[in-house]
Design a protein around this ligand. Structure first.
Ligand SMILES: [Zn+2]
Length: 395
């Protein structure tokens, strides 16, 4: 299984110059190979991927700069070109009107692809070493696990990123005998069938004033000015910080569930629209849904690589049904408590739903259910999570 990581990198001025030159050489190669393909087509010939690949060494006399770029990176330019061509012809087959593949203008080639070789990542010293480029400082906010298969260097305006793809061996965890149901909380991020209620992270809201401040200054800054560039950079960094915090939270929480439970049951996102939405619309709801969707995909790949099971269940009626007697007990979004008039069972609404999700996923009633006060887990506790001392209640 391939896991992707994205980290900011900070090349020195000298190295940055080399990166810029390498990108421009790749752009030249891309255009040059495209030209050959077009020429061949006009004269009724068809070139294939390896034909253009074999051209690369020959072109080195035409453009000696090709010698300054790692050979595998040049090969990947060829692959990128062909995958663009294939993408375009797929569109054509689908009846879309598309023109010819375009040449890349200056500044429009932004990725160096180190595939399989030509890179070395020193995680202890946060240094990424690239063949024919040199050493670059990398900010590893999360450790790369597994075998690195590829490193892509990406330019985004003034900033640089490394996208790292690593292959992870499935690491089977030993069985715990625990199963759990997860409910997407409306007020909390998740409430589980063991009665844990994990606080909703509001990283974006917490940084909102700061972000708004920068945006206001930005709207007044003169176009093309140095000040404006600095503010754009500041805004990017603020957004990135929010993203990193959110990722960290989601990774740790999903890791916790995968480590502690053999089977995890959660609601199917695709039919989530059926779930009551009520007055909880708008920006916050969007952030929450996006986070939940990322959380689910993390759960899914982490469970898969650990030999755990993630069961996705139909969300219909999970909050309306009584988890004790199975009766449907209608409630409004504002009703935070489930009170069953048929059997007398009463509990927190989301906890009742989590138990229903678990029993639907396991296709059997889970018994005995007891109403218990929810165990609150704060965002800070999740972020500070160490596996030896979990702030969670299990079983
Ligand atoms: Zn009941």
């Amino acid at each position: 299984m391939i896991i992707s990581y994205r980290y900011p990198i900070f090349p020195s001025r000298e190295v940055e110059q080399k990166l810029v030159e390498a990108l421009d050489t790749c752009r030249w190669l891309y255009n040059r190979l495209l030209e050959e393909i077009n020429k061949a087509r006009e004269s009724g010939k068809t070139l294939r991927t390896y034909d253009t690949q074999n051209l690369i060494p020959l072109l080195k006399t035409e453009n000696p700069n090709l010698n300054k770029v790692y050979s595998k990176v040049l090969q990947m330019v060829n692959y990128t070109l062909w995958s663009n061509i294939k993408g375009l012809s797929a569109l054509k087959k689908n009846g879309r009107k598309v023109g010819h593949l375009r040449f890349k203008g200056k500044g429009w080639y932004n990725t160096l692809n180190y595939n399989q070789s030509g890179f070395k990542l020193d995680q202890d010293h946060s240094i990424l070493k690239l063949s024919k480029i040199g050493e670059i400082k990398i900010k590893l906010h999360r450790k790369v696990e597994g075998n690195i298969k590829a490193v892509l260097i990406k330019r985004a305006g003034d900033r640089w990123f490394a996208l790292i793809q690593a292959e992870q061996e499935p690491k089977q965890l030993s069985e715990t005998g625990n199963v759990v149901g997860l409910d997407v909380g409306l007020t909390s991020f998740v409430v589980d069938s063991d009665g844990n209620s994990v606080e909703n992270p509001r990283f974006a809201e917490k940084a909102a004033t700061k972000v708004k401040n920068i945006q206001r200054k930005l709207s007044r800054a003169k176009k093309g000015s140095n000040n404006r560039r600095k503010l754009v950079d500041k805004l990017d960094k603020a957004h990135e910080r929010i993203n990193n915090q959110r990722s960290d939270f989601l990774h740790k929480l999903s890791r916790m569930y995968v480590n502690r439970y053999d089977i995890i049951c959660a609601e199917d996102l695709d039919v989530m629209g059926l779930k009551e939405t009520g007055n909880n619309k708008g920006i916050h709801r969007n952030i929450h849904d996006a986070s939940w969707s990322r959380f689910m995909s993390m759960l899914s790949y982490k469970a898969q690589s650990a030999g755990r099971k993630l069961i996705v269940v139909d969300p219909r009626n999970t909050s309306q049904r009584c988890s004790f007697c199975g009766s449907i007990v209608r409630k409004e979004l504002s009703d935070r408590v489930h009170e069953c008039p048929y059997c007398g069972f009463s509990s927190n609404r989301d906890y009742n739903a989590a138990v229903n999700i678990l029993s639907t996923g396991m296709e059997q009633p889970v018994a005995p259910i007891e109403s218990k006060p929810l165990h609150h887990v704060s965002v800070m506790q999740v972020l500070a999570m160490k596996w030896e001392a979990l702030p969670f209640r299990v079983g």
